[in-house]
Each structure stands twice: as structure tokens, then as C-alpha cells.
Design a binder for this molecule. Sequence first.
Ligand code: MG
Length: 252
Amino acid sequence: MIYLKSNHEIGIVRKNGAILAEIFDRLADFIKPGVTTAEINRLTEEVFAKHSAIPSFLGYRGFPAAACVSVNEVVVHGIPSARRLEEGDIVSVDIGAYRNGFHADAARTYPVGDIAPPVAKLIKAAEDAFFAGCNMAKPGGRVSDISNAVQLSAEAAGFGVVRDMLGHGIGRSLHEDPPVPNYGGAGKGPKLRHGMLLAIEPMLTLGDCRIVTSKIDGWTCSTIDGKPASHYENTVAITREGLQILTISVSP
Ligand code: MG
């Protein structure tokens, strides 16, 4: 069941998205060699508290933290810990903000100090794939038009696209219909309509696109070959007036 949102509801999600954008801006300065993934989580908690927002992921199916913090080969769902980031690592931070009955969801991948050029390309390619998907996200199109554009963009850049994790509808629930795969042929799936809120979230890999979930913690998803992965996500609104990205900083 796809729930379409009113302009008022989209406005609530945009305000929640601004909290995520503020966190991402602060993390860009905060993340450096020596910082632990638990410290990244703590920073997100401070900003959520300042805005009286609930971190969407805390307690979601038992997830133990406000933020998913995923280092190098960890694709998503990394649990914050005492692990210290080192020069040359990359770290992705996936967060959701819940307030006034609605969620916003977004992720960024950050370099830690100087990183190898192919890994820098991997980060940029996830962002590019997201925007390629956005270009196809118009009323009257189909969900898989987005999927197809994401896959073509990522593969043209020479990277793998994770199949086992999907983007999704979002609103009163963190995960709603429709699923938004990051691969597949165009022209399939539900029609895109004014008022649809989607979390579009390409996950790209330097090597093999297959992933494996830790049997130890039940959360940590890593690439099967141990090579790095990047993740870029925003919550977007499909509207007649065009696509609106709700989780990005708006310059004054
Ligand atoms: Mg998401």
C-alpha cells in the first residue's frame, strides 16, 4: 500500500530532513583519524536531542544506536563502537529523524583523511548514481525508471551495485511501499505520483556486489570480498512541480 502525502506532510518531513542535513554538515568537520564510531553516534544523538527528534533507527528491530556507522567494507548497519577511524578509511553514516509523526532518512559516506583515488571515486559515484535516479523520478514514470538509472550510472563508473538492500517509501513508517531497487530494467513497478516520498539510496562496491550479514551481531552487512562500499541516500518527494530533495542542506 503506497501512502501519498499532502504538501503539509511533505513540509514536516522537510523539517526533519533539515536535522539530518545539520548532522551531516557537522560530521564533515568532525570525522578525522582517531575519532571513534561511537563518538560519531554521540554527535548525532546531541543534534537529535537539540531538536527534540527521535532517532528513527534506535530500537528499530532492536538496533542499538541512533546512527548506523559503517567503515570500509561494511556496506550498511554498522554498530557504533570503540573502533577508531584511521587515515585512508571511509565511513558511511545512515540516520533517520522522527518528529511530528513522520520519518526522514538519509546517508553520506565520508573520507577519513587522505584516501586512495579509486575509493574517492567510489564515494562520488554513489552520489552521482543517486542524482541519475532523481532525474528519472517524475510523476507518470515508474519506480524502476529510478532503479535503472542508478544501475547504469554506477556501472558506467565501473562499480558494483548492491542488490540485497533496497530504497523504500517512507512517511509515518520508516519503511513503506514501494521498494526502490538500485538495479533492473526501466518501465516497471508502481507509477510515480505526486505526493510519493521515497528514500533513494544507492550502495556501491569497489569489487563484488554481494554482501553478507554478520552472524555475530545480526546487523553488520559487509561486502563478500572485503573491498570498500559507499552509500548515499536522501529522502525525496515526487511532486508535479518537480523532485524535491528533503534531506539536503539548503543554502541561505
Ligand atoms: Mg533508507
